[in-house]
Design a protein around this ligand. Sequence first.
Ligand code: PLP
Length: 406
Amino acid sequence: MDSNALIHPYSIVGRSENEFIRIVSGEGVKLTDDAGNEYIDGLASLWLCQIGHGNRTVIDAIGAQLDQLATYNTFEPFSNGPAVELAEMVRARSQHPDGRVFLACSGSEAVDTALKFARRIHHLKGDTDRQIIVRRSAGYHGVNVGGTSVQGGAAYREGWGDLMPHVVEIPNDDVEPAAQLFAEQGDRIAAVISEPIQGAGGVVPPPSGYFEGLRRLCTEHGALLIFDEVICGFGRTGSWFAGQTFGVAPDMFTFAKGVTSGYIPLAGVLVSRDIADLLEADETKFMHGYTYSGHPTACAAGIANIGVIESEGLVDRAHEIGDRMEEGFLALQGDGMIDSYRGLGGIWACDLGRDATEAKEAFLKRGVITRSIGNALAFCPPLIITDDEIGQLFDRLDDALRATAP
Ligand SMILES: Cc1ncc(COP(=O)(O)O)c(C=O)c1O
């Protein structure tokens, strides 16, 4: 249908609907458009579809929940079984099995919730001057006002008028400037927010020892460490959460995307027991919540999805995917087709040493969807991808790189 009703996210708004690729179906790692072209989903939609498309178990769980109770809120005094069970499942797999879980709809809502929690916690302690949120220069944290304010990339922050005050940026890859900031303003810092592996900023793993350094600084100065696990959570890095992969426990973390593999939007924030104690001791009403917090059908999707991740061994499979991907990148590097590569488990990028847009387009024409970020091509396939499909992906990547080599 030709129509200009829909405004696409992250798009040139004037672009005609006819120029968009209309995806009509998905099965496993494969997608099909309305012209019958098939694609390998090399980015798991937007870094999210761990279990692949068309998973019957999750679809049936959603259907069953729709039949029983499609929707109801969880504002006091109401609750529902799927929301309670999902919260239990998330904390049981985290570094804070005695923590508590707040549910939302999107990663952006989770980030804004975490930022509000951070300030609220200090407020409850009577430390109302602690408002500074520290962001990292290549961070991506969604598009609500709080998240926009803590974006690393200036392009995300500019053009919207005034954002949240009391945000300070530190360089991406060095703990020294963070130490200096804490030395100068440590008693005013509420929290540091960081993705464990930065995704949209270019798939940037942390420098060795970086998170240990941030953790130490936060603890010494009474600030909170927030991990934004929206991309990294639910097996992507070979552990349930990337804090476990890097051996550093945050005070709270956000999650979204992989919690349902995107079948229904769902997100949340997990807080540690210490934070939960403070929230629980507050006798005034907790003035934060979304209409869809604890949406039963979304939570049923999450419960079934976590079950599939577990029964198919996808957390461990991420390690094998990582090995296959690294072999592929090494071969391309050996042939001089890429400059370098980075990543781990099921999330990677290769650097072409030139703008990667043309290569991404050539790759798409060869039936693989990825994303170009500056000079890099990013990869984040469903964790059900087979070795054979990874082989197909690299064959087509090799072909696309040869076709666009300078
Ligand atoms: C690390 C991170 N945080 C937050 C978000 C925002 O999530 P959403 O687009 O679901 O609002 C994203 C989205 O890609 C993300 O990668």
